[in-house]
Design a protein around this ligand. Sequence first.
Ligand SMILES: Cc1cc2nc3c(=O)[nH]c(=O)nc-3n(C[C@H](O)[C@H](O)[C@H](O)COP(=O)(O)O)c2cc1C
Length: 205
Amino acid sequence: MNILHIDCSPRAESHSRKLSAAIVERLVGMSPGATIHRRDLGADPVPHASADYATALSSPATLANPPEGSLELSEALIQEVEAADVIVIGTPMNNLTVPSNFKAWIDRILRAGRTFKSTPAGKVGLIRDRPVFVGIASGAIFAGDRANQPDFLRPYLSAVLTSIGLKTLQFLPIQATAFLDHDQAIMAREKALAMIDFSVVGVAS
Ligand SMILES: Cc1cc2nc3c(=O)[nH]c(=O)nc-3n(C[C@H](O)[C@H](O)[C@H](O)COP(=O)(O)O)c2cc1C
């Protein structure tokens, strides 16, 4: 099993990092020969869409004949996704949605003619589906009866990942991190882990 492990928090001691690490640990426990590829967007952000990249994506003609080197990073990041059997993401909620370093990665992954095709009915994904586990840490509450803010993160991420073909998504929240002490944080992480349906993952190594 090849695991692509992505983290987005800029903090080393982070709720979403601990959750994504715990998910990866469970997966490795299920498949001891698993390999882990790291993409740490918190520690090592990918650049926001550059002029060359934006030019390449600006029309079918420029996509067919892009500025030299403009698609290299996009291609490398897409190949990391394609090489994975399972994708594990740890992300904070920032201003009701994904943090900008995660958005910069998304902007390199969604590429017409490569990861999706445009049709009159909308985008059609060109990537093979595989399970994606998304651990989300939020300072306040965005899901459930006690939600006190809108949630643009899960609907947004569902829309973009589904549009390239990644449809087997599970969202695991750790909420109200601003108010959790050490033990409560551990309990919140265990609760999120208990929500996971690992049956979507093949266990062959
Ligand atoms: C710029 C910024 C924006 C934030 N926006 C929100 C928000 O909209 N809703 C929320 O519940 N928490 C928000 N938070 C709090 C984080 O989601 C929270 O601290 C979370 O635990 C961070 O993830 P981490 O522990 O993995 O670093 C924000 C934090 C930062 C730094």
